[in-house]
Design a protein around this ligand. Structure first.
Ligand SMILES: [Zn+2]
Ligand SMILES: [Zn+2]
Length: 212
């Protein structure tokens, strides 16, 4: 497996390039900004980007989607409930005081529990709302990793003060979908360093130090 993390833009968002080095198939997750830098990093992996996958439609996660979607001529996918927020990119940009790019075209939807095949990788979509509408996390069981978007961070959880946010819903998403994953599962978040499910279950102050 190839997994590259690039931290981009004013919100220091983590974009991920993931793929199978044997088949050369790859996907791009949450290209939030700095399209040129992301394209350079993709070039170095030699992966063929077949999809752009969006965990949720906050501007820090989707700012470079339109540019890179054109560049790789590949489908842009998200959960249907995330699409309305994508259409409000200009409003989001104004609120956050950042540059506004082109609104990307959505080519298809990802449903809860859907399996996305990338070469030998199997990313399982997990519906984890609460931080943003239609938020998805992606679990790869064989590799023992989860891309948690802005649901779960090392030592924290996503903010819930933006439209559609709810702490109750977010904590339920984390508890019901993310914490049941094996302790050793590596967690790659939308911001900040990687962690593990076991560390977060034991030490994340928002999760009350639940032990198995
Ligand atoms: Zn977000
Ligand atoms: Zn974010």
């Amino acid at each position: 497996m190839i997994l590259e993390m690039l931290t981009v833009g004013p919100f220091q968002e983590n974009c991920y390039i993931i793929g199978d080095e044997n088949t050369g198939e790859g996907a791009l997750i949450d290209p939030g900004d700095e399209a040129t830098r992301i394209a350079l990093a993709i070039g170095q992996t030699r992966l063929d980007i077949g999809r752009i996958i969006i965990t949720h439609a906050h501007i820090d996660h989707v700012g470079a989607v339109a540019t890179l979607g054109d560049e790789y001529a590949c489908p842009v996918l998200l959960h249907p409930e995330a699409e309305p927020m994508l259409q409000q990119m200009s409003t989001q940009a104004m609120m956050m005081g950042v540059r506004f790019g082109k609104v990307p075209k959505v080519d298809g939807y990802i449903q809860d529990e859907e399996l996305l095949e990338i070469g030998s990788l199997r990313l399982r979509a997990m519906y984890t709302p609460g931080h943003a509408p239609g938020h998805l996390s992606f679990y790869e069981a064989n590799e023992g990793l989860v891309l948690s978007g802005d649901a779960l961070f090392a030592g924290s959880v996503g903010r819930v003060d933006l439209p559609g946010g709810s702490m109750e819903v977010l904590l339920r998403s984390i508890e019901e979908r993310l914490l049941p994953l094996p302790d050793e599962t590596r967690v790659y978040s939308g911001h900040g360093p990687a962690t593990t499910i076991g560390d977060e279950r034991a030490t994340n102050p928002f999760l009350g130090g639940r032990l198995r």
